[in-house]
Design a protein around this ligand. Structure first.
Ligand SMILES: Nc1ncnc2c1ncn2[C@@H]1O[C@H](COP(=O)(O)OP(=O)(O)OP(=O)(O)O)[C@@H](O)[C@H]1O
Ligand SMILES: [Mg+2]
Length: 368
């Protein structure tokens, strides 16, 4: 089905500059060791601490970090459910305070773990709330909703159901339809799949990537699930105690963790994860070593299993092990052979991408 709404909002860039959120501590309760009340200026908690980064238009950025590190708080400052204590946020070049909060939120879809569908309203009404608020014509809304239901793999018959008549995963899909209904430029997603079983979570992640490819939104996605972050992200923001610790592509984070915290968080020692982030094409392009090129060239080419340039090295390794051979033929979509991959290539690639911690001794951040 074709996207029915032409002339819709383009994906927009999000820029955060020194964004900070202090929450007051109820200092009546927070006593100093001597028993006196803390002075008010100390009685604040920095939930988000001078965080700066840019989410490119049309990309999917994951905020990753342990519980309480400030992910939700940061997300809620983007749609002004929280006001930042200091710092600035721009969306598509507009500072978020140059719009009314309600106007701002119309350009931002918001998906949370506790889907938050209205229980007494049918799915059709649940997902049309924002288009109706915007005064869209009924036909346009219906067409858009049907398009999105199809996109997330729900039959149109579900539109007549109530939320309680849907499974958790189906409700989460409806939550996504609702967030996308008015075609916002931006999608904020706060652990949307956390409450869903592993199999359905993986399915939903795949669908989100597919949807992102088709509707091209700028997505800021919160998780503390490292696997989910690596599956979805174009870029990952690693946070700890309110601070941005590292911002980079999944491969950068795994191969060049900023410090031991990041290394531990993402399990940068994990060979399989590193392999899953590199594709076969990059090996062919890098022509890693004469030795492996030559040994590949001298291999019998008959009866070798085949792999494609866009496959990752983790699948390459399993196929190599399964096939019992020393090499695989790399073939493009038309079946033409464009090179070979050997165990030696995998070993060299791993050695090249071994994790190297970035920070110098003494730089390390301490826990609060
Ligand atoms: N409304 C609030 N008032 C006071 N403190 C708050 C408020 N909301 C969050 N906090 C505190 O700010 C910090 C960051 O909270 P936040 O909800 O952003 O964490 P998170 O990274 O989303 O964690 P989780 O992974 O558990 O959802 C926590 O220490 C939390 O207790
Ligand atoms: Mg949270």
């Amino acid at each position: 089905m074709e996207q029915p709404n032409k002339g819709t909002l383009p994906a927009a860039e999000i820029v955060c500059e020194e964004v900070t959120k202090q929450f007051p501590i109820a200092y009546g309760k927070a006593k100093t060791p001597g028993g006196a009340k803390r002075p008010p200026e100390e009685a604040v908690h920095l939930a988000v601490d001078h965080v700066s980064f840019t989410v490119e238009a049309g990309s999917l950025v994951v905020l990753l970090g342990p519980s309480g590190c400030g992910k939700t708080t940061l997300l809620k400052m983007v749609n002004r459910l929280y006001e930042a204590t200091s710092g600035k946020i721009w969306i598509g070049g507009t500072e978020i305070h140059d719009l009314h909060a309600t106007e701002l939120r119309r350009h931002i879809g918001y998906v949370i773990q506790q889907v938050g569908l209205f229980p007494h309203m049918r799915i059709a009404d649940n997902v049309s709330v924002v288009p109706r608020l915007l005064g869209w014509e009924r036909d346009k809304t219906e067409e858009r909703v049907r398009y999105l239901m199809d996109l997330v793999g729900l039959p149109p018959a579900y539109l007549a159901r109530y939320p309680r008549q849907l499974s958790g995963g189906e409700q989460q899909r409806v939550g996504l339809v609702r967030a996308l209904a008015a075609d916002p430029a931006i999608l904020l997603m706060d652990e949307p799949f956390a409450a869903i079983d592993a199999i359905n979570r993986e399915r939903l992640q795949g669908e989100l990537l597919e949807i992102q490819r088709k509707v091209n939104k700028t997505i800021l996605f919160v998780t503390h699930d490292v696997e989910e972050a690596f599956r979805l992200a174009d870029q990952i923001v690693v946070m700890r105690s309110g601070k941005l610790i590292q911002y980079g592509t999944p491969l950068e984070i795994v191969t060049r963790p900023q410090n031991e915290f990041v290394q531990e968080l993402v399990g940068a020692q994990n060979m399989l994860r590193r392999l899953s982030l590199i594709d076969v094409r990059s090996i062919l392009e890098a022509r890693l070593s004469w030795a492996s090129e030559n040994s590949a060239a001298s291999l019998q080419t008959n009866h070798l299993a085949e792999i494609h340039p866009e496959d990752d090295l983790r699948s390459t390794l399993s196929l190599l092990l399964d096939s019992g051979g020393d090499a695989l033929r790399v073939v493009d979509r038309s079946g033409r052979e464009i090179g070979k991959i050997t165990f030696a290539d995998l070993r060299l690639t791993l050695a090249r991408n071994a994790p190297k911690i970035q920070e110098k001794a003494g730089d390390e951040l301490s826990d609060r």
